[in-house]
Design a protein around this ligand. Sequence first.
Ligand code: ZN
Length: 406
Amino acid sequence: MKKVVLKILGILMVVIMVLQTMSIAATQSELKNQKNENEKKMNEAQSQLDDVKEEKAGVQEEINDLDSQIVDYQSQINELDGKITDLNTQIEEAQKKLEEAQKQYDENQKLAEERLVIMQESGDTSYLDFILSSDSVTDMISSYYLASELAEADTELLDGLEKEKQEVETAKQELESSKQELANSKESKQSVTAQLEVAKKEKNNQVAQLSEDEKKIQEQIDELTEANKSIDVKIQQAIAAANAQANKNNSSSKPSGGSSSSGTSTGGGSVSSSGFIYPVPSGYQRITTGLYYSSGAYHGAVDFGSGGINGQPIYAVASGTVIISERLNGSYGNYIIIMHDNGLFTLYAHGQDGSRTVSAGDRVSQGQQIMRVGSTGNSTGPHLHFEVRTSPGKYNNRVDPRKYLP
Ligand SMILES: [Zn+2]
């Protein structure tokens, strides 16, 4: 009874150890997946960030463009302002001249009118007297001309003034119309400037928005970087735990050493005392990794990894029934487990995709091709990972395959 309890306890311990190993491995690959996922997100965010920065630089350039246009318009407006001020001065001067001309015109006209009034007041007689008092007809005629010349001179003066007044008036009109033109031009430039200012404001808002986006994306990247740091720590912890577990397994399953194999291992055809043949063709039967890795860690299998082995057939080492034929990502890749009639189980891993020719439940005969050598799952290069188990469980009861091979 006590023996049975101990046996159960032993089995339980083994099961717990296996479960621990499995859960550590699962956690580790889960963490790595999470880290990869985060790195993918980071790359996406980084490329988004680059886009945003590029767009922002583009908008900034547009703003600089608008700015230089605004400055240009502003300087044109200032120039127009200067010209308008000049014109205003000229208009004022013209106005003054016009007023002077008007004043002079009025004065001269008054003088001429007064002279006319005097002439008229002196009556026909005096005008006549003036002419008749002439000594001779010649005198009379010249006196007459004198009088008319006087009148004519007045008229000419007035005409001259009138003309000058007209000219000044015209000049003033012209100045006024140039001033209006400049004012109109100034107004349109001001309205363009206002539009440019509005556009600039919009662009500035865009830049602010982009800066905000930039900040957010950068925050995301920073967060992901932080998350990956903590994942790295967890992975390190998981690796340490896995190593501790492996060491424990090593000390609890000491290799019995020695080889009970018979046969000359000259070809896949020779059969060992256990009734097994090699799972790979002759020429590829060199074992490149044994039950323990060179690091001392437990391997629990042998690897056939000779050069050129990729794509070579994998044979069932003995007849039996296929109990598993499937693909596991991240560990065995394509693998097959066969239950043999002598109670042993063999496992063949990392086969090429699409090369499995048997399914669970199939009966296989010794030497039957079941898969081809590949590098699927957790594998660094083409090789066959071959296990011999005394029970079908995933890791427990693995024994040194060399003891069973020819
Ligand atoms: Zn292996």
